[in-house]
Write a protein that binds this ligand. Structure first.
Ligand SMILES: NC(=O)C1=CN([C@@H]2O[C@H](COP(=O)(O)OP(=O)(O)OC[C@H]3O[C@@H](n4cnc5c(N)ncnc54)[C@H](O)[C@@H]3O)[C@@H](O)[C@H]2O)C=CC1
Ligand SMILES: CC(=O)C(=O)O
Ligand SMILES: [Mg+2]
Length: 585
């Protein structure tokens, strides 16, 4: 591990993911370190050298055998939250086993370690808490930020940070310090889907208090027990965090970051829309898009789609905005709506009536795409959906609000109300839906794509990290969209999902990363000098640097002179590249 390692094919590889790991730990300390621990898989030699005899049962097992046992234990948990807790403690014990278990049962476990179950874990954070994980920063202790960040590594040590202030988590609102779990979950997916090294990432929560009364009144609540601090003190806190993150990584001239709820969601949703329009044989010029819930995600999607229309049609942003209608609590956003935000303003329509609701908008506009980012469950009613299906042959309907219980509609209803004509993708995972929607009423199973920023953010992160991007540009994000869209199963089969599924997440991440790296090179923001030019070679270069959950041989080193990683003092090693900052996750 480390800089400038020689590689037989590429000569230079900034990140190495194989070969022996130096380790200065021994005995119980080693068994208790999740990064080095192999449990029953320590070899005979390692047991001798690292003073493990007497601390382990005699059998020496393979990672596969360990996965088998761990899966049995996982399966015996009574419910999803217990499974989620089981996985968290597995991660604290043995990281390789945790990721390998997850990797081998990806489809089954995705919803347990991410939305919807992670939402439940976040809401119960202070009750299910066992051990702290991640970096907790205190708004009243700004002067300590340099210290509190530096315990995670020196310059060159961190590739990727996910940070939240805990105020807007999924659709469950203010979760205070419990927000750390969404930073952790997004990083788990980044490692799982894109192979970013689990010891080169840093989950952070900026604790600014909470306005969640349930938490304030909970005697077990673990965060700052006070109302959220806002205004200048908040801005200074965020600023100090960013400045110190930057100071820790002096190689990065600017902070390469993206907002996952705005840009990540915009990218994946645009990719789903492009795939849907391919099925309906339409172009972006034909798009009439209604977005229900004009907050962070809704406007993020609108902007991404508008920019794509501008590029495809060669029209102005103003003209492109005419194809997008935003609805929020006051109804359709019009030029008469009070208190429009600067982000909503470009989409406000001239409209005669006041308070136009979703159904009325659908009837008048006849959209071909309807998106839900409202957190209002069941708001895509039978009337709304039937009205939409009257105006278009294959309505593209994306209820994206998470977790599952907040979805604007469920796939089964959407298919039922449209006689199987709807093209559906959802924010959280759903089981396939069976019905008489094949040719001549034949019963078929429709698989529903998960339209979640998790499809795209791992690959964006990987691309930005590997090419050492100095920033994440709009063109890099557009490139990421095309990377996802070209892998859509719906391009080949109009009954297949709009987006690639979790079974192929690593392929998707490689494709997205390739596109992101190429765009970064074109834009002159890639600072890594050793990037192969050709697509295939570039893919190999990317894959070679993706971490896989496999045990590496341990090489003993003396404590004296050992690196901090070898001494088990930190969880992060390597060299700097991309970082994600995000206040809403
Ligand atoms: N699938 C995905 O990848 C993503 C899904 N989301 C989901 O989208 C939802 C919204 O997230 P954010 O945009 O971050 O939250 P937000 O709070 O910024 O936006 C929600 C918007 O919906 C509006 N709204 C609430 N009730 C409404 C109603 N009855 N009628 C019309 N509008 C209403 C709110 O006024 C607000 O503007 C969440 O459930 C979140 O989980 C967010 C990001 C990514
Ligand atoms: C997926 C995500 O970021 C959200 O639901 O907020
Ligand atoms: Mg989010």
């Amino acid at each position: 591990m480390g800089d400038d390692q020689k590689h037989p094919k590429f000569g230079h590889l900034p990140l190495s993911t194989s070969g022996p790991l130096e380790c200065a730990l021994k005995g119980t300390t080693l068994l208790n370190h999740p990064f080095f621990n192999k449990g029953s898989a320590f070899t005979k030699e390692e047991r001798d050298v690292f003073q493990l005899s007497g601390l382990l049962p005699q059998a020496i097992q393979t990672l596969d055998q360990q996965v088998q046992r761990a899966y049995q234990q996982y399966s015996s948990q009574p419910d999803d939250l217990s499974k989620n807790t089981f996985m968290s403690s597995m991660k604290e014990q043995n990281e390789v086993l945790f990721f390998r278990l997850l990797y081998d049962h990806l489809e089954e476990m995705f919803g347990v370690v991410y939305t919807p179950t992670e939402g439940e874990a976040i809401q119960n954070y202070s009750r299910i808490f066992r051990r702290p994980e991640g970096c907790f920063l205190n708004i009243h202790d700004v002067n300590r930020i340099p210290h509190d960040l530096s315990v995670w590594g020196n310059e060159d040590d961190i590739d990727y940070i996910v940070v939240t202030d805990g105020e807007e988590i999924l659709g469950i609102g203010d979760q205070g310090a419990g927000g750390i779990l969404i930073s952790i979950a997004k990083l788990v997916l980044t490692t799982l889907c894109a192979g970013i090294h689990p010891n080169r990432v840093l989950p952070v929560v900026l604790d600014c208090g909470t306005d969640n009364e349930d938490l304030l009144n909970d005697p077990l609540y673990l965060g700052l027990r006070e109302k959220r601090v806002r205004g200048k003190k908040y801005d200074d806190f965020v600023d100090t965090f960013v400045q110190n993150a930057r100071r820790l990584y002096p190689k990065a001239p600017e902070i390469p970051c993206f907002n996952d709820d705005v840009q990540g969601t915009g990218c994946v949703t645009l990719a789903a829309i492009m795939a849907g329009l391919h099925v309906t044989q339409q172009k972006l010029g034909d798009l009439k898009l209604v977005i229900f819930g004009a907050g962070t995600a809704g406007v993020g999607i609108a902007d991404q789609v508008r920019d794509a229309i501008v590029t495809e049609r060669g029209v102005s942003k103003e003209d492109a905005s005419k194809q997008i209608w935003l609805i929020d609590k006051p109804g359709l956003l019009t030029t008469k709506t009070d208190n429009l935000s600067a982000a909503q303003n470009p989409y406000a329509k001239e409209w005669n009536e006041d308070k136009v609701d979703l159904e009325a908008v659908v009837k008048q506009v006849k959209p071909n795409v309807l998106i839900g980012t409202s957190t209002k469950p069941n708001s895509f009613t039978e009337n709304v959906v039937r009205a939409m299906a009257e105006g278009t042959k294959r309505p593209i309907i994306l209820p994206l609000s998470n977790p599952t219980r907040l979805h604007e509609a469920v796939p089964e209803d959407l298919l039922k109300w449209t006689d199987g004509r709807a093209l559906v993708a959802t924010g959280s995972p759903f089981k396939p839906v069976k019905g008489p929607w094949g040719k001549a009423g034949k019963e078929i199973e429709i698989e529903v794509a998960e339209c979640n920023n998790s499809v795209v953010f791992p690959g964006i992160g990987l691309g930005a990290v590997l090419c050492r991007a100095s920033k994440v540009t709009d063109k890099m994000l557009v490139a990421a969209v095309s990377g996802v869209a070209e892998l859509s199963p719906a391009l080949k089969d109009d009954t297949a999902p709009l987006l690639p599924g979790v079974g192929v997440v690593r392929d998707v991440s490689v494709r997205v990363a390739r596109k992101v790296v190429q765009a970064a090179v074109e834009e002159g923001v890639a600072t890594e000098r050793w990037i192969p030019e050709k697509g295939e070679e570039l893919d190999d270069w990317i894959k070679e640097q993706m971490w896989l959950p496999e045990y590496r041989p341990l090489k003993p080193v003396e404590v004296e002179g050992a690196s901090r990683l070898a001494k088990g003092e930190m969880r992060v090693v390597g060299s700097v590249a991309g970082r994600e900052t995000n206040s809403k996750l």
